[in-house]
Design a protein around this ligand. Structure first.
Ligand SMILES: [Zn+2]
Length: 412
């Protein structure tokens, strides 16, 4: 029988490959020791680009509760990230004047890392978070949190309780929505007539320009250009009236959306500027997307060349961090403990576990002081400055940092 994948937004057949990263386990499925001796599930990590709407996407053949039920990511563990959240809250309150009479709703509210800043300023908040273990942490900190996947049904449930949003926040969740149209439809109905929705999403242009193929993993179904985002929102009666480019996650967009018929907020010039730049860069042409896979393959060869050379000269290499992106990189490149002795992570939820697929052990960062490795490979390269600062003591024994993306670089 003929089998065709279809675009999760416009339903056109998905006929064009963007990049094939092979088979990979779920990037956040860290393993306990006893699991090392059992079978492990691997799924295809093959990304396509739609020839109609240019949405870059994984096929939606995984059930979401398989992915998110015991999600190990706790936002509060990164200081850079907390600062980003705090700055955002202060900006929003200053720019739009949210106060005790406003309602903020955050989709994918994690452990309440962001809503707590609104709460501190006296603005009523509600979080929506599908991962039970993570939502519990927020509830314990008195952040009202619904344990649910977001979509049209959840939006209706919230409205039934008499709640609608003056500010609807959806940071780093749009890419994770398996049902993209259902998700954006939910945003549309949950927003008050003059409400604002802000969305942060990794920018596909940065992913392509800076070779960030490791940010592709099963939890991320969609990879957005601005022109495609405009189209998705327009389809649901929402208009993007402002856009900012942020350094987070290697380069993200912050979109400010409103109802198409709400003319109280005019469209800034940054919207047309960014659209123009993307068209200039050819993001509406399939040829542009075809250049990505060969560059990814080249990056793999370069990283392996470095590691092989280092091992040949008797050097020891360890990792820093256990982010999802590290797991894509290591699995795609086939880097196991034959190259990397171990990695470390500040999150106690990851320590004393093993990376999925590669089975590299994860320890407390102090381990690095004890074993004095020659190289520390920084897996969360988006936090490289913070990490190099934190770990500068490796220089005492001549240790050096290695950053794999956008290209292998050694920092003495
Ligand atoms: Zn499409």
């Amino acid at each position: 029988m003929e089998f065709t994948l279809i675009c999760r937004f416009c339903k056109a057949p998905l006929a064009y490959s963007f990049v094939d990263l092979g088979m990979s386990p779920l990037a956040n499925s860290f393993l306990r020791r006893e699991k090392l001796y059992q079978k492990e599930c691997f799924y295809p990590l093959h990304v396509f680009v739609c020839g109609e709407c240019f949405l870059v996407q994984l096929s939606a053949l995984l059930a979401p509760d398989q992915i998110f039920s015991d999600y190990a990511y706790f936002s509060s563990y990164s200081e850079t990230w907390l600062k980003h959240a705090q700055d955002y809250v202060e900006n929003m309150v200053e720019r739009f004047g949210f106060d005790a009479g406003s309602q903020v709703i955050e989709i994918g509210s994690n452990d309440g890392y962001l809503l707590r800043y609104f709460k501190k300023m006296g603005v009523p908040v509600l979080g929506v978070e599908p991962a039970k273990n993570v939502a519990k942490v927020a509830q314990a900190a008195n952040i009202p949190t619904m344990v649910k996947f977001f979509g049209l049904e959840t939006a209706k449930d919230i409205i039934k309780e008499g709640i609608q949003a003056d500010l609807l926040v959806a940071n780093n969740v749009l890419a994770q929505a398996p049902e993209l149209n259902d998700f954006v439809h939910g945003l549309k109905i949950l927003l008050k007539p003059h409400g604002i929705v802000t969305i942060e999403v990794p920018h596909l242009v940065k992913l392509m320009d800076e070779n960030q193929f490791d940010t592709i993993y099963h939890e991320h179904f969609s990879y957005f250009s601005f022109i495609t985002l405009q189209r998705v929102f327009a389809e649901h009666g929402l208009i993007i009236f402002d856009v900012e480019q942020l350094p987070t996650h290697g380069g993200s967009l912050r979109l400010y959306g409103r109802h198409a018929d709400d003319e109280t907020k005019s469209i800034t010039t940054s919207v047309e500027d960014l659209r123009g730049r993307e068209l200039q860069a050819g993001l509406n042409l399939l040829e542009t997307y075809a250049t990505f896979a060969p560059r990814v393959q080249k990056t793999k060869r370069k990283l392996l060349e470095f590691l092989i050379q280092a091992k040949r000269s008797g050097k020891s290499i360890v990792g820093y961090g256990a982010p999802a992106k590290g797991n894509t990189l290591l699995n795609y490149c086939g880097i196991r403990s034959d190259f990397i002795d171990y990695t470390v992570d500040r999150s106690p939820h990851k320590q004393n576990h093993y990376l999925p697929g590669t089975h590299i052990p994860i320890y407390h960062p102090d381990r690095i002081k004890d074993t004095r490795p020659d190289y520390v490979l920084i897996l969360p390269w988006n936090l490289k400055n913070e990490i190099m600062q934190l770990m500068q003591h490796i220089r005492q024994w001549g240790g050096r940092f290695v950053v794999p993306i956008p290209k292998v670089e050694v920092y003495a």
